[in-house]
Write a protein that binds this ligand. Structure first.
Ligand code: PAF
Length: 282
């Protein structure tokens, strides 16, 4: 695995890849890698000959008071994991490489960045779009692979590609869960053993909500029951049942539904979602 810190060195290498008519897939990460990230890498390896993984903890997607300074750094383990997956390139840029002219951005994600997580983290998605756009400019990948756990982020990146008319195919991979159902997340490291047990009811409530809807309970009642259950143990930022294609309200012809939620527990914020096709009209 080759490691690059400078855009110019990476670009030189990638130009030689393109000259040989090879395609490039990018997996952007902030490190703290787990099996969820590795599933993205595996998908990238299926798509192209050359896979670039970036590790960059992007300051612009964290608001003041969030965990930017404490974000888990597991670099030695991350590197071993990426080598074990035969990743071709690890890109480790500095802030200066990514933002040579400062961090002001001209790309605004708009309304989809203000709902759900965006209502609680109003600058978050502009920061995500800004850094992903930069990675796309530097790497010029044919494909980029993202996880469906960050579902709102995924839709925002798809819309960025569309709005800027970029020739990049966005691929996504389903959420990878621990054996007990907890969605894998770098931030799970913040949970104590006791908290780790208690957050299991998060996914359980989402699964029960899917079950209720599939069994004919109205979306509204299912949603209210879910919020009530979660609120007994957690601070619920939001729980919504929406059209999975665009995160808007469900219509009678909506076929793909998402149950999407963010909770806070102790000092930790967790997000999760379930996407499903409804059996009958809801
Ligand atoms: O999902 C993440 O880890 C980050 O938001 C991303 C896409 C790497 C941008 O910093």
């Amino acid at each position: 695995m080759q490691i690059f810190n400078k855009n110019s060195d990476l670009k030189l290498f990638l130009d030689s890849v393109r000259e040989k008519n090879n395609e490039i897939a990018l997996v952007p990460t902030m490190g703290g890698l787990h099996d969820g990230h590795l599933s993205l890498v595996e998908r990238a390896k299926e798509l192209t000959k050359i896979v670039v993984v970036s590790i960059f903890v992007n300051p612009t997607q964290f608001a003041r008071g969030e965990d930017f300074d404490d974000y888990p750094n597991t670099f030695d383990d991350d590197k071993l994991l990426l080598e074990s997956k035969n990743v071709d390139v690890l890109f480790l840029p500095s802030k200066k490489e990514i933002y040579p002219h400062g961090t002001l951005t001209d790309y605004k994600v708009g309304d989809i960045g203000q709902i759900l997580c965006g209502a609680f983290r109003p600058t978050h998605f502009d920061g995500v779009a800004q850094v992903v756009k930069r990675f796309f400019e530097i790497v010029e990948p044919n494909y980029a692979v993202f996880g469906e756990k960050d579902f709102q982020q995924l839709l925002i990146i798809k819309s960025l590609v569309k709005n800027l008319d970029l020739d990049i195919t966005i691929e996504s991979m389903p959420t990878i869960r621990e054996d007990d159902g907890l969605a894998m997340s770098t931030r799970n490291q913040y949970l104590s053993n006791e908290d780790r047990e208690r957050v299991l009811s998060f996914y359980r409530v989402l699964s029960n909500t899917e079950h209720s809807i599939q069994n004919g309970i109205s979306v509204l009642s299912a949603k209210e029951d879910a919020i009530k259950s979660l609120s007994r143990e957690f601070e619920v930022e939001y729980l919504e049942v929406l059209d999975a294609n665009n995160l808007t309200q469900i219509q009678t012809n909506t076929s793909e539904i998402i149950i999407i939620s963010a909770i806070r527990f102790g000092g930790t914020r967790l997000i999760d979602n379930i996407v499903f096709k409804r059996k009958d009209d809801v």
